[in-house]
Design a binder for this molecule. Structure first.
Ligand code: GDG
Length: 468
């Protein structure tokens, strides 16, 4: 079987950091191990080198996988990562055009870093390798590789939503981005809505020919689009959640058992709907006074992209809101809202999920949302908690046993919280079983296998050229 090369913005080298790898990293590592693969990406480090000098690759081998990483200089990090990836594409693709800060210089930096990474990777590519590129930082990566003569099969998976033309067209370089994306052989999306939006954008911008089901020809390239909803490893999460409790958590368990517990956990990001959620929790305390003093909502939100202004603004807004709500509804012996701007160990997190009564996951827009799936997998099958889930997540398509809400409607979310907090055991078990069945059918391994099977089944570029 041909070797797999994975490219992503950040890569997870085992043991480099103390914390256990997330489910996606483990899923990718499993796929790589099968072919003694190569994982290439930014090291996460900022180097002193500036100007035209080329960064040096760091190559290490571990458990049958080769990891090749490269640092970025400060200017490239600012333009490619902070500005274009996270202050243009991220907000636009999550329908937040108001937060887009487009600057030509950042666009040029974004393309330049994609070119630089492609040049660094090229000498490591073998003729029959297949390449799997991940996410919005690397939309132009196939185009960058093609420019320097790489003809291998190259697939792409977009982890975030793809916006409809009304939103996508607001990006000044939308046509260039779309044209570059057509240099991939296989484009994978989280949902049919995202895939449709991509095809609709193409249809509006350029002559588009459908040569076979989900196989298109545009800008002179033939490529396939498909849907692969990303998932988790439910059994490994169950194991982490079940294990013995560390002494600190054992104490916390006793404390938690004095109240009903709501848990939320995500990177501190404006797409996750935290301020709206805080207001919904306030509406619960206001309109359902029977829960006052008897419910505790813990919000875990580790800092993310702290160098980007919109993220700093959000943090300040949350700190203010928490103080306001606790000031209003707290008492001398109860605090309703615990806000933890901290990163938690993954195993501990899964145990906390299991100890709580409600998982509250209400992003304003989310490609999939793995926390929703993890929350369910972590539950005790005999006494599971209830998932309250935003309809604007990819996960809402599969997690039909959740209470599905509109995160912009604080009264609806408050009513769902009340329903979840008072739901009987039989109904909770039935909803849990429904969702676990889906999680078992489509786990992270299935996601990777179906994607790679489709990529391998595509014709090689050379053979396509000779036949057309
Ligand atoms: C993008 C898309 C898509 C969170 N806090 C802590 C922690 N986490 C872990 C969660 C989960 C992961 O991070 C987050 O994944 P999500 O899917 O929920 O969200 P994004 O980070 O926005 O991911 C998303 C995903 O890519 C995959 O395609 O689903 O839509 O936006 O695993 O548990 N983990 C630890 N400590 C924390 O404090 N250890």
């Amino acid at each position: 079987m041909s070797r797999l090369v994975v490219v992503s913005n950040r890569i997870a080298i085992p043991n480099k950091s103390k914390s256990s790898a997330g489910g996606l990293a483990v899923g990718i590592m499993d796929a790589l191990k099968n072919t003694s693969g190569l994982w290439f990406g930014w090291s996460g480090e900022i180097s002193e080198i500036s100007g035209e000098e080329e960064e040096e690759l760091d190559i290490v081998e571990k458990d049958g996988i080769t990891y090749a990483t490269v640092p970025l200089n400060q200017n490239d990090y600012d333009l490619y990562y902070c500005q274009f990836s996270n202050a243009v594409i991220w907000p636009a693709f999550h329908y937040r055009i108001d937060l887009v800060d487009f600057q030509r210089e950042a666009w040029e930096g974004y393309c330049r870093v994609n070119d630089l990474l492609a040049r660094q990777l090229q000498p490591l590519i073998k003729p029959d390798d297949i390449l799997w590129i991940h996410d919005y930082h690397l939309l132009p990566f196939a185009a960058a590789l093609r420019k320097i003569g790489v003809t291998n099969r190259i697939g792409f998976f977009l982890h975030i939503p793809f916006p409809t033309p009304e939103v996508f067209n607001a990006l000044p370089t939308h046509k260039e981005l779309l044209e570059m994306m057509c240099e991939y052989d296989l484009l994978g999306f989280q949902t049919e809505t995202d895939r449709n939006a991509f095809v609709e954008n193409l249809d509006q911008l350029t002559p588009l020919e459908d040569v076979a089901p989900n196989t298109h020809r545009a800008f002179g390239h033939t490529f396939k689009t498909e849907v692969y909803p990303i998932s988790i490893a439910p059994d490994s999460i169950k194991q982490m959640a079940e294990g013995p409790l560390p002494p600190k958590i054992d104490m916390m368990k006793r404390e938690l058992s004095n109240a009903k517990n709501i848990i939320s956990c995500e990177r501190l990001d404006y797409t996750k709907g935290l301020p709206e959620r805080f207001l919904a929790f306030e509406a619960l305390l206001e309109h359902y006074p029977q829960h006052r003093g008897k419910v505790r909502y813990s919000q875990i939100a580790p800092t993310s992209r702290g160098d980007v202004q919109a993220y700093q603004d959000l943090r300040h807004q949350l700190e203010m809101e928490v103080g306001r709500i606790n000031g209003k509804y707290g008492s001398l012996n109860s605090t309703p809202l615990y806000y933890l701007n901290q990163h938690f160990d993954r195993r501990l997190l899964m145990k906390i999920f299991r100890l709580t009564d409600v998982g509250l996951v209400t992003p304003l827009r989310d490609g999939m949302n793995l926390v929703a799936k993890e929350y369910i997998a972590a539950q005790d099958p005999e006494d599971p908690g209830v998932l309250v889930l935003s309809r604007f997540t990819g996960a809402a398509n599969e997690m039909t046993g959740a209470l599905i809400v509109n995160p912009y409607d604080r009264d609806e979310v408050a009513a769902a919280l009340d329903q979840a907090l008072t739901m009987g055991r039989e109904e909770r078990i039935s909803r849990y079983n429904e969702m676990m069945k889906i999680l078992r059918e489509n786990d992270i391994a299935h996601w990777g296998e179906t994607y790679l099977k489709d990529l391998r089944a595509l014709p090689e570029r050379g053979s396509e050229k000779s036949s057309t």
